[in-house]
Ligand binder design. Structure first.
Ligand code: NI
Ligand code: MN
Length: 227
């Protein structure tokens, strides 16, 4: 059974057809993390942008597990220079069929500077198509109208940031749900610190009152079963 596990903040573990796909693995130094970098499973690591709360422990985890890092060209090259054993570079709008599914890099309105000041290219989200599911991970972004185009692909499960300050807040994330029209939505990137503290249950109520989407509020470490 495929599943999505929230590890806290923007970190997500996807189990897809027996493959472990780790997204934005900020675990060490993450006060909300439900798992440590030395324990988390990974065959593939997706990195949405260069910020430290997303690159996180990716290099150490890749070295330990041998996982392939998938990111934009600039971040993939940077990871290689840091000693990552295997990388796969893509870029915005481009898709590639990986063993766990077809991954397309989608737009994101955000920054992408790497922790050491290196240029991290453009930030992205991920649209993952498996034989069973279409999953949209918005990652760090503000609201943008072309989320409508992503919704046109018929999304089963979307993850959206609701923390505000660095990304969309609850009001814009609700507008995003209306554009994307997913069957299920899961809020992320909130309440890691007081600066992005949000009431996810109140947001979920608004989503279900105003749209046909089902909202699922997870605690760090909890999983959502994918169809
Ligand atoms: Ni960021
Ligand atoms: Mn972030």
């Amino acid at each position: 059974m495929d599943k999505l596990t929230w590890y806290g903040h923007g970190a997500v573990g996807l189990e897809l057809g027996g493959h472990q796909v780790l997204v934005d693995p900020f675990l060490g130094g993450n006060p909300a993390a439900s798992i440590t970098p030395d324990k988390v499973p990974a065959n593939f690591i997706l990195i949405s942008h260069g910020h430290g709360d997303h690159v996180g422990d990716a290099i150490a985890i890749a070295k330990r597990t041998g996982a392939t890092i998938i990111s934009n060209f600039e971040i993939a090259n940077w990871c290689q220079s840091q000693g990552a054993p295997s990388t796969h570079a893509q870029h915005l709008g481009g898709g590639f069929k990986h063993p766990f599914g077809y991954v397309k890099l989608t737009l994101a309105l955000h920054g992408s500077g790497l922790p050491d000041g290196s240029y991290g290219g453009n930030p992205c989200g991920f649209l993952i198509t498996t034989p069973r599911n279409k999953i949209y991970l918005a990652c760090d972004t503000g609201l943008f109208g072309d989320m409508q185009l992503i919704g046109d692909e018929v999304v089963d499960v979307a993850t959206l940031p609701i923390g505000d300050n660095f990304t969309m807040g609850p009001a814009d994330a609700l507008r995003a749900v209306k554009l994307i029209r997913p069957t299920h939505v899961i809020p992320l990137h909130y309440s890691t610190w007081d600066l992005i503290k949000q009431d996810a249950n109140a947001w979920a109520k608004d989503v279900e009152a105003q749209t046909k989407t089902k909202a699922h509020v997870l605690k760090p470490g909890e999983s959502f079963a994918l169809g």
